[in-house]
Design a protein around this ligand. Structure first.
Ligand code: HEM
Length: 392
């Protein structure tokens, strides 16, 4: 048995398989992923906490499936995110992280709550009279996409363009694509990079109160700023809505809707634990690493399976059961751990709580429309392809 990214169970129901790994092969070599997989909570956290031996440098550059022609088309941009904060080690990481953190102060994040609530209310003003919706396309994404765009400083008229490009970009580098499709996606990605480049240049000449402006005044190079903005758009546009979709599905299936206000924070953590939008992070072994009797050779790719860690029965008793007030639910590693811990975690949590609160107030009769649930094919993300819902 091995991982199989192309089959449904990889994202929808990997837990039987992950349990076997934790019990029998805590250091598993996956032919399919071309990586060693760590699946026990303590090993996953331990590896995140040890960036010297488990390096992030180039870990997001999973472009082995790209054809020669696609590589040629991408040119210098074929080295995916070579200076993105999650893709580098100290001392580069320390410098980049310092600049980025300046934008995510608790005050700055708290200030976004009102805007985010308004964006959700406005969307529901439009969609509520329909009585039904496809949650992913019609309800899940828009508020987060708009909030992130404002935070970054993307003009409203460019939001749709940016969203489409970000999706293409993600597909190109993180899920295997047929050669023809690769070329289309590569062109889309290059258009996108050129756009961000122009945005950065514009803010240099005409500063505003936004993230782009803040970064142009920082110690970062032009390329670093471009990559950072691109990836923050991705973080905001994709992972939060994906986590929201997973959470709504879970809460409706468990019959906990609407979630009472005093249970929201706990519900968000337990939803993240049990149906995390991020399945794990890749690292490279910088030396031979001995673990549980297996040697991970120097230079190997290693997957830290946070999805498995979140279902580790030694930390979370009865891991497949949804417990809305599970005392340690927030010990999940879905935002990572250590020096690369998600810089947007507070913003992500704030959005999830607020969206669930507004949706619960406005659509207390929300229910699933019976259909098999389909996930997007992906190596490292859990996201519903669609979620039809209706309300009275
Ligand atoms: C539920 C939503 C989110 C999830 C599940 C998530 C997950 C993660 C994970 C697992 C990491 C660690 C990567 C690693 O160690 O290799 C990470 C890092 C990061 N995230 Fe998030 N994220 C979310 C939301 C956001 C948001 C809203 C933003 C920005 C607006 C963001 C920006 C970042 C950045 C910039 C990093 C890199 C930090 C570093 O390397 O020091 N994320 N995220």
């Amino acid at each position: 048995m091995d991982f199989d990214v192309s089959s449904d169970w990889h994202v929808a129901a990997p837990y039987g398989f992950l349990r076997t790994l934790r019990h029998e092969h805590p250091v598993f070599h996956s032919e399919h992923l071309g990586a060693y997989v760590l699946s026990r909570y303590s090993d996953v956290r331990g590896a995140y906490a040890d960036p010297r031996r488990f390096s992030s440098k180039g870990s997001l550059t999973i472009s082995r499936s790209l054809t020669e022609e696609t590589r040629a088309r991408l040119g210098e941009h074929g080295s995916f995110l070579s200076s993105f904060v999650a893709n580098v080690d100290p001392p580069d990481h320390t410098r980049l992280r310092r600049s980025v953190s300046r934008a995510f102060t608790p005050r700055a994040v708290a200030n976004l709550e009102r805007q985010f609530r308004e964006l959700n209310e406005r969307l529901l003003d439009r969609v509520e009279p329909q009585g039904k919706a496809e949650f992913v396309a019609e309800l899940g994404h828009e508020p987060s996409v708009k909030l992130t765009a404002r935070f970054i400083g993307v003009p409203e008229e460019d939001e749709a363009f940016v969203q489409a490009r970000v999706k293409d970009w993600f597909q190109l580098f993180l899920s295997p694509q047929p050669p023809e499709r690769q070329l289309e996606l590569a062109d889309s990605f290059l258009t996108y990079l050129a756009y961000v480049d122009r945005l950065v240049a514009a803010r240099r000449d005409d500063p505003r109160d936004d993230f782009v402006t803040l970064m142009t005044g920082s110690e970062l190079s032009h390329r670093e700023v471009v990559e950072l903005i691109s990836t923050i758009l991705l973080g905001g546009n994709d992972t939060v809505p994906n986590q929201l979709g997973n959470s709504v599905l879970r809460l409706l299936r468990e019959g906990v809707w609407p979630v009472p206000g005093d249970r929201l924070a706990g519900a968000v953590e337990e939803c993240m634990r049990i149906d995390g939008a991020s399945l794990g992070s890749f690292r490279y072994a910088t030396e031979d690493i001995e673990l549980h009797g297996v040697t991970i050779p120097r230079g190997s790719l290693v997957l830290l399976s946070t999805d498995s860690a979140a279902h580790d029965e030694t930390v979370f008793p009865e891991p497949e059961r949804f417990v809305i007030d599970r005392p340690n639910a927030d010990a999940h590693l879905v935002f990572g751990y250590g020096i690369h811990f998600c810089v947007g975690a507070a913003l992500g949590r704030l959005q999830l709580r607020t969206a669930l609160e507004v949706l619960g107030d406005r659509l207390p009769g929300l229910r699933l429309v019976e259909q098999p649930v389909v996930y997007r094919t992906s190596l490292v993300g859990r996201a519903l392809a669609a979620l039809p819902v209706e309300w009275a």
